[in-house]
Ligand binder design. Structure first.
Ligand code: SAM
Length: 334
């Protein structure tokens, strides 16, 4: 259960888009004076050092932050600039050494009347998280408890304005169902909650199903897709991110429309013409505002997506009885 350690993945392309969006949402919400309750349901340890034992030779930051770092003083879209300046604040002016995780970034972004609650279950990562959040005073708390369950008792929040970052490892297949239940029930308790939900872009039925079910919930949502590499022929591996933002703060779509083309250009790993020859789903990005009305019907039958169909045609992977690739892997673990 505790195989997943975020240190391997810290600063990768998925962290980049997720952190830029979380910071962007909070900044926009803070344009109003009322306090914001911020919740990080799956926090990790909060701060990672390039060169630490867990990352040595295996860290994934070269796919993300390391690609952006050389541009930190250049002109770039606001969403990315804010994020990069934030990371720069943890580092000396020259080199990239520290990779802040979501709870530390969010803690540092709070105003004096905002609150942050962060949840982390891992027996080694929770003490690190506690230590990394210890400078931020009483408005920041960390808990070693199940983020899916514990956060429900916070809703509706006293402050009436809340932002939840939902970023489970998805190593356990049940995380897909738990994520859906958390967002559905959370919105029922407080319909204006801003949920920022990260979902891995991998060829897996659970991903398609979770996206469909979340999109069918009532309330406005912004969907951001960022695919930085074509699927491998065996269908394994993370090719990018889906992020669904429920109750997106006003202005977020414009920030994303501006940032995604720039980010995509910097993060894409395989030139597009090569990807078309080799891959089945070429790298791409998309920002879509989804309707606030619930969709009338949700198909829950097993139905391969277009990308999976194309992928199966090309790759012929090992198949399960459902016709979908068997034993897909979310994020690699230690
Ligand atoms: N949000 C972090 C960031 O962006 O820096 C990364 C979080 S990482 C993707 C997921 C974390 O959730 C892991 O550190 C894992 O130990 C933790 N975790 C797994 N199941 C959990 C649960 N039920 N409740 C709270 N934390 C959990």
């Amino acid at each position: 259960m505790f195989a997943y350690r975020h240190a391997f993945h810290a600063g990768n392309h998925a962290d980049v888009i997720k952190h830029a969006l979380a910071l962007g949402c909070l900044k926009l919400m803070q344009q109003k004076e009322a306090a914001v309750m911020v919740v990080d349901s799956h926090a990790g340890s909060g701060l990672y050092r390039i060169g630490e034992a867990l990352m040595r030779g295996r860290g994934e930051f070269p796919t993300g932050l390391a690609k952006l770092w050389p541009y930190r003083t250049a002109q770039m879209p606001e969403l990315v600039q804010d994020y990069l300046q934030f990371v720069a604040g943890f580092n000396s002016s020259r080199s990239l050494e520290w990779l802040p995780g979501s709870p530390v970034m969010l803690a540092r972004s709070l105003r004096s009347h905002d609150l942050l609650y962060a949840y982390e279950m891992h027996p080694s990562d929770h003490p690190l998280l506690q230590n990394n959040l210890s400078d931020y005073g009483r408005r920041v708390k960390s808990f070693r408890s199940d983020g899916f369950q514990s956060v429900m008792s916070l809703l509706p929040t006293v402050s009436k304005r809340a932002m939840f970052l939902v970023d489970p490892p998805y190593e356990d297949k049940r995380d897909y169902e738990r994520t859906f239940v958390m967002v559905r029930d959370g919105l029922q308790r407080m319909s204006n909650t801003c949920f920022v939900v990260w979902i891995p872009m991998i060829a897996r039925y659970d991903v398609e199903r979770l996206l469909k079910r979340l999109q069918a919930l009532a309330g406005e949502k912004l969907r951001i897709d960022l695919c930085v590499q074509p699927a491998a022929l065996d269908g394994l591996g993370l090719t990018g991110s889906h992020v669904l933002v429920f109750t997106p703060p006003f202005g977020l779509q414009a920030l994303c429309d501006e940032a995604l083309p720039w980010l995509f250009k910097k993060l894409v790993q395989t030139p597009l013409d090569q990807a078309k020859k080799r891959g089945v789903l070429a790298p791409h990005f998309k920002v879509s505002l989804l309707p606030s009305q619930p969709l009338k019907t949700i198909k829950t039958v097993r139905q391969p997506s277009l990308s999976q169909t194309a992928y199966q045609r090309t790759a012929r992977p090992r198949s399960s009885p459902s016709g979908l690739p068997s034993k897909p892997r979310a994020r690699s673990s230690s």
